[in-house]
Design a protein around this ligand. Structure first.
Ligand SMILES: Nc1nc2c(ncn2[C@@H]2O[C@H](COP(=O)(O)OP(=O)(O)OP(=O)(O)O)[C@@H](O)[C@H]2O)c(=O)[nH]1
Ligand SMILES: [Zn+2]
Length: 323
C-alpha cells in the first residue's frame, strides 16, 4: 500500500472532503501529535513543528489526534476539522467537566493485567467509552506470562461484549506486533488506555514506539495533576500511529449514553416492559428486572448498567479549557 505523507499520519477522504481546493492550497494541514502544558507538537506532510498553545485557541478545545489548518505565515490556527471519533471522559476530580482523550482514533487498546488490576466494572467503562464513538475496543490482557489462569480472565471478559477481540500477552514480548497486526495497518490510529503499571509503555516499546517519547509521557505523569494534558503520538513499526496516555486512576464516563446502550445491548434485549419509558430500576412488569430475577441476566451486569447511566446524568458538557 502506497500512502502519501499525510495519509501516513492518518489523513483520509473524511478530511479531504472537508476542504475546498482553495483551502488545501492556502493553509498548512497538520495533525496534533503531542500535547504539553504550554505547547502543541504538530505533524505536517513535511515536518514536526511546535506551536504555542496561546496561538491555538479555537472555540472548542483541541486534543491529540486532531486535524487542523494553520495559517502558513503566522502559524495561527484557522480551522479545526470535524473529527470522525472522539474519546472523552469526566475530568479527574472535576465533576461536570469533560476531558478529551484523543480524536480520530480507529482502535482503543484497553490494557488490563491478569492480576488484581482486572476488574469487570472498570473494563465496561473503557468499552463503553470506545463504543460511544464507533472506535473498536480491543482488550489486551497483559502479564499473561505471570498468570497460570489467563484463560479464565479471557472467558470472564468475553461476557462483557461478545464482539470484542481479547488478546492475552506479555507486553514486553518483541513479537506482539504479529498478534496485533489487524489493528496495526499503516495510517491507522490506536489509543492506549489503562491503569498505571499495566504495561502501556512496555507495549508501546515492543511495537516500535520511540523510547524517548514513551519516557516523556511517563515522566509527565509523575509531576501531578496538570500533566494529564501530556500525551504523545508515536509511529509504530509497520506504519500505524499510537496515542499514549498517562495511567488512569478512575475512569468516569460522560456523554456516553450511546456507548452504554451498545455495551448493554444484551440487557436491553429483555426490555419488554410495561412502560415505554421504563428505566428498569423498580418499575412493575419490567422485563429486565424479571430477567435478573430469573437468573437469565446477572445482577452485577444490571447494577453496572444502572451505575454507568447514573454517573453521567447531570454532567453537562463544559469542556476543561486547555492551558
Ligand atoms: N512479566 C511481565 N511484566 C510486564 C508486562 N507488562 C509490563 N510489565 C512490567 O510491569 C512494569 C510496569 O510496566 P509499564 O510498561 O511501565 O506500565 P505502564 O502502564 O506504562 O505504567 P505507567 O507509566 O505508570 O502508566 C514494568 O516493570 C514492566 O517491565 C508483562 O506483560 N509481563
Ligand atoms: Zn424495564
Amino acid at each position: 500500500m502506497n500512502l502519501n505523507p499525510l495519509e501516513q499520519i492518518g489523513w483520509s477522504e473524511f478530511f479531504s472532503n472537508q476542504l475546498s481546493g482553495q483551502a488545501a492550497k492556502k493553509f498548512i494541514v497538520a495533525r496534533i501529535a503531542g500535547q504539553h502544558r504550554k505547547h502543541l507538537e504538530v505533524w505536517t506532510a513535511e515536518e514536526a513543528r511546535t506551536l504555542s498553545v496561546a496561538k491555538c485557541a479555537p472555540p472548542e478545545p483541541l486534543v491529540i489526534g486532531d486535524w487542523i489548518l494553520l495559517n502558513p505565515s503566522t502559524l495561527r490556527l484557522e480551522k479545526l476539522l470535524e473529527r470522525y471519533s472522539l474519546l472523552k471522559r469526566q475530568a479527574a476530580g472535576k465533576q461536570q467537566s469533560v476531558q478529551l482523550i484523543g480524536a480520530n482514533v480507529d482502535t482503543l487498546f484497553i490494557l488490563s493485567s491478569c492480576n488484581q488490576d482486572f476488574n469487570l466494572g472498570r473494563l465496561e467503562r473503557y468499552i463503553a467509552l470506545a463504543l460511544n464513538t464507533d472506535v473498536e475496543p480491543v482488550l489486551i490482557l497483559t502479564k499473561a506470562d505471570l498468570s497460570a489462569s489467563h484463560k479464565d480472565y479471557v472467558i470472564q471478559a468475553q461476557t462483557l461484549y461478545d464482539p470484542m477481540k481479547i488478546i492475552a500477552l506479555d507486553a514486553r514480548d518483541q513479537n506482539v506486533a504479529q498478534r496485533l497486526s489487524p489493528w496495526l495497518q499503516p495510517g491507522k490510529t490506536i489509543a492506549v488506555l489503562g491503569s498505571s503499571g499495566v504495561g502501556k509503555s512496555s507495549l508501546a516499546s515492543s511495537l516500535g514506539a520511540d523510547p524517548q517519547r514513551v519516557a516523556a509521557v511517563r515522566a509527565g505523569d509523575q509531576k501531578g495533576r496538570h500533566t494529564t494534558t501530556w500525551r504523545s503520538m508515536h509511529r509504530l513499526n509497520g506504519g500505524a500511529l499510537l496515542i499514549d496516555n498517562p495511567g488512569i486512576r478512575e475512569l468516569r464516563l460522560v456523554e456516553c449514553e450511546r456507548g452504554v446502550e451498545r455495551l448493554f445491548s444484551d440487557l436491553l434485549e429483555f426490555a419488554q416492559c410495561r412502560y415505554a419509558d421504563c428505566r428498569h430500576l423498580q418499575e412493575p412488569s419490567c422485563g429486565v428486572l424479571a430477567a435478573v430475577e430469573s437468573g437469565q441476566l446477572s445482577e452485577r451486569r444490571w447494577l453496572s448498567y444502572q451505575k454507568l447511566l447514573a454517573e453521567q446524568a447531570g454532567c453537562e458538557s463544559q469542556s476543561e479549557s486547555f492551558h
